[in-house]
Ligand binder design. Structure first.
Ligand SMILES: NC(=O)c1ccc[n+]([C@@H]2O[C@H](COP(=O)([O-])OP(=O)(O)OC[C@H]3O[C@@H](n4cnc5c(N)ncnc54)[C@H](O)[C@@H]3O)[C@@H](O)[C@H]2O)c1
Length: 378
């Protein structure tokens, strides 16, 4: 039984992902929420704390006060969850790390490569664990694809086709409410919108599933919907260190697409296909063309992956469970750390190292795009 507590920065009234994190953490009782600074508006933060049953004394007016007070308490939080707009992640994460508090931060981890490297270094200096919540990597099927590729089921990976189109920002007269407003604003989103929001997911999950490292890339980042200033449609050609290649496409105006992250990995002995909106199945096609649908619950999936399932096959598990899986492993590591039993080989979540790779990807895409879509070596 884990006995951990956490605090949250962001996730105020009407916010999107903060509530999903809270539900995901509570799925397996991974930790209890006991503190927070839920909004940049202290009144809204207090109100949200009340809604969530947080002790008013631990509901803070700003994250600085929260980090200082929590680090001084005997029963201070074990980790903080950062679910604010992108431009604020760096200063918040830095403050908590310097206070000796472990961090879970949503992606893109920051808006600048130097900041990402600095957080990597700060986490190391203060001996803190740092998870970047690339939600899709928590799906049991994503973890099993990693195993299938590791064990050579499709041979050498030759090429990857990966796309993540959405349609919610298609309308030039409406930029998608509160969530869309900050994503389309360079002051809050950083130098990219679509690439940070969706492209980093693609870069990360391909890397997680295949283990391939990008050697060079060529990017075309387009601003298409009238009135927008940041990219809303991105196409990236990739060459990996192994010599394999990839094509990544992300869009926010693809009408009819919701969260249509689709990965197809073509190897020398077979093909794997996975679609985020149907996350309970993997399609595996071997040389003879026979197509297999792999599902959990039948004993095919090895225990180190199958353990992430909670229900019998057919009782569907999805996105919240994937996020819950990240927290299950993150808190296992934190509990072990508390008991002096932690070993880095226990980590099965995306760390700040993946966050740094995400920023390397973004910077290389920006450089390629601004220089007339030239190849850039990472
Ligand atoms: N992992 C995923 O799949 C996924 C999905 C959606 C969003 N995200 C990421 O999560 C983050 C939040 O996105 P969202 O869609 O939930 O945004 P949102 O606008 O719905 O919520 C942001 C919240 O942060 C609060 N906030 C802003 N500045 C703050 C501050 N200084 N202190 C305390 N609270 C503050 C706002 O009041 C709001 O409650 C972003 O980085 C986004 O990229 C990740």
């Amino acid at each position: 039984m884990k006995q951990l507590t956490y605090g949250m920065v962001g996730g105020g009234p009407g916010a999107f992902i903060g509530d999903a994190h809270r539900k995901a953490v509570s799925l397996d009782r991974s930790a209890d929420l006991v503190a927070g600074c839920f909004s940049s508006d202290p009144e809204k933060s207090k109100q949200q704390g009340k809604n969530l049953g947080i002790d008013p004394e631990r509901c803070y007016a700003n994250y600085l006060e929260m980090a200082e007070k929590e680090s001084q308490r005997e029963d201070g939080i074990d980790f903080v969850v950062i679910v604010t707009p992108n431009n604020t992640h760096y200063e918040i994460a830095k403050k908590f790390l310097e206070s000796g508090i472990n961090v879970s931060c949503d992606k893109p981890v920051v808006t600048d490569l130097e900041q990402a490297r600095d957080l990597q270094e700060t986490a190391r200096e203060h001996d803190c664990l740092f998870m970047v919540t690339y939600t899709y990597t928590g799906h049991l099927t994503a973890k099993y694809i990693r195993e299938l590729i590791r064990t050579g089921e499709i041979g050498e990976v030759r090429t990857v086709m990966a796309e993540y189109p959405q349609g919610w920002l298609y309308n030039e007269n409406d930029c998608g409410g509160k969530q869309g407003a900050w994503r389309c604003d360079p002051k809050q989103s950083g130098r990219v919108n679509c690439l940070g929001d969706l492209g980093t997911h693609v870069e990360n999950i391909v890397s997680m599933m295949t283990g391939l490292k990008i050697k060079k890339l060529l990017a075309k980042l387009d601003v298409v919907v009238p009135g927008r200033v940041l990219d809303d449609n991105d196409q990236v050609l990739v060459e990996y260190e192994s010599g394999a290649t990839g094509i990544y496409w992300t869009s926010q105006f693809a009408i009819g697409c919701d969260n249509s992250l689709r990965i197809r990995i073509f190897g020398s002995k077979g093909t794997i296909s996975w679609f985020q909106e149907e996350p309970e199945q993997i399609i595996l096609i071997r040389e003879d063309g026979i197509q297999q649908v792999i599902k959990r619950g039948y004993g095919v999936i090895p225990e180190q992956v199958a353990k992430y399932g909670r229900l019998p096959a057919g009782h569907t598990e999805g996105w919240i469970e994937a996020m819950g899986n990240l927290y299950d492993n993150f808190t296992d590591c934190l509990q072990a750390k508390k008991e002096g039993k932690f070993n880095p080989s226990m980590i099965d979540f995306q760390t700040i190292d993946a966050g740094v790779e995400g920023l390397e990807f973004i910077e290389a895409c920006l450089e390629s795009n601004v220089n007339g879509n030239k190849w850039v070596t990472l």
